[in-house]
Design a protein around this ligand. Structure first.
Ligand SMILES: [Zn+2]
Length: 345
């Protein structure tokens, strides 16, 4: 494996918060390069410049980790879209592009694996073998191209997450393993989320926590419990949507008329950048070590989060200066603000 940057993820976590950024699949779908539904990252091979650009935008916004876009670039998913023959090329190219952009800054590169939709607790031994083979092949290409650590994410099953952890540890790489939280309290194989994080940490995961599904409002209460149970590093990567007690995940969000909005009509529920900045501050105060964002994330959120925890990043050069706005800026005379009509009045 090619030696990459000087500082490992563990060194960085030791010296403070590591800011992550994800949401590549959702953002590149919005930009017209990935098909919603299968969500296979075909963009890696079809429009590599689009992927490169998004990595660069996250890097400029302060992301310290370029996560290779190998999410759903596994055998099962590629079969769904008839691109099984592109499996190796897609995985290798994703890691290569992440490396290219990481070296434009001081970022680390993470290999990425996720839930396979193949793991089946009722057929545990046979399905575990298939899952393990999928992770092994993806990570063999990733380590060959050069990665600093691995993120295994959106794990619905603790059982599947443990297979990912084992494969990562066998490669001798630091492992960050995060769970999906689509159900109220438990993984799909019946483990309380907090217990599951503790088990992963006890089994050797270097960073454990949650990603995707929940917005800050419904993820942070679980993260707070994880913090109290796990002494090692923990991660939170929520989606930037206004989930709430009655609709705790973005899959459960509904309009006032009762229409489901997941996954492509979520816009009315988006958080503002200020809300995501507030989330970053609260996560930092809770003692979260790896603070990131998942589906729905974009560079403006990441910059706001970076600045909220006291950082100035390359994109801060163009951070808002609303006082200079011609209508609402503070340098404008009151009478000139008249066209900010109060429609209720
Ligand atoms: Zn996500």
């Amino acid at each position: 494996m090619p030696a990459r940057s000087g500082r490992s993820i563990l060194d960085r976590l030791k010296s403070g918060v590591v800011l992550g950024a994800e949401g590549y699949v959702f953002e590149l779908e919005r930009r017209g390069y990935i098909k919603a539904g299968p969500y296979v990252p075909e963009v890696v091979l079809d429009f590599p410049d689009a992927l490169r650009e998004l990595h660069r935008e996250f890097l400029r916004a302060g992301a310290e980790v370029m996560v290779a876009l190998t999410y759903y670039a596994h055998r099962g998913k590629l079969k769904d879209v008839g691109r099984e023959n592109d499996l190796e090329a897609m995985n290798r190219q994703a890691v290569r592009i992440a490396n290219e952009v990481a070296s434009e800054g001081d970022a680390l590169v993470a290999g990425d694996i996720c839930n396979t939709w193949t793991y089946d607790p009722k057929n545990k031994d046979a399905s575990s073998r298939v899952v393990r083979a999928m992770y092994e092949e993806q990570l063999s290409w990733a380590t060959d191209e050069g990665i600093d650590f691995v993120i295994a994410e959106t794990n619905d099953y603790l059982g599947e997450a443990l297979i990912a952890l084992q494969v990562i540890k066998e490669l001798g790489l630091p492992a960050m393993v995060t769970l999906a939280t689509t159900r109220p309290h438990q993984t799909w194989d019946g483990y309380d989320y907090v217990d599951a994080c503790k088990i992963l940490a006890d089994q050797g995961a270097d960073v454990v926590g949650l990603n995707c599904d929940r917005g800050p409002a419904t993820m942070l209460p679980i993260i707070e419990q994880v913090r109290s149970r796990v002494s090692g590093y923990i991660a939170a990567q929520p989606v930037p949507y206004k989930t709430e007690l009655a609709m705790p995940t973005f899959e459960s969000l509904k309009t006032a008329e009762g229409t489901n909005v997941f996954p492509i009509a979520l816009e009315p529920f988006l958080c503002t950048r200020f809300e995501m900045a507030d989330y970053a501050r609260r996560a930092q105060a809770l003692g979260v070590n790896y603070i990131g964002i998942c589906c729905g994330g974009g560079p403006h959120y990441v910059r706001a989060m970076a600045e909220a925890i006291g950082r100035t990043v390359p994109a801060s050069r163009y951070s808002p200066a609303i006082e200079l706005h011609p209508v609402i800026g503070t340098k404008v005379e009151e009478k000139e603000k008249e066209f900010l009509v109060d429609w209720k009045g």
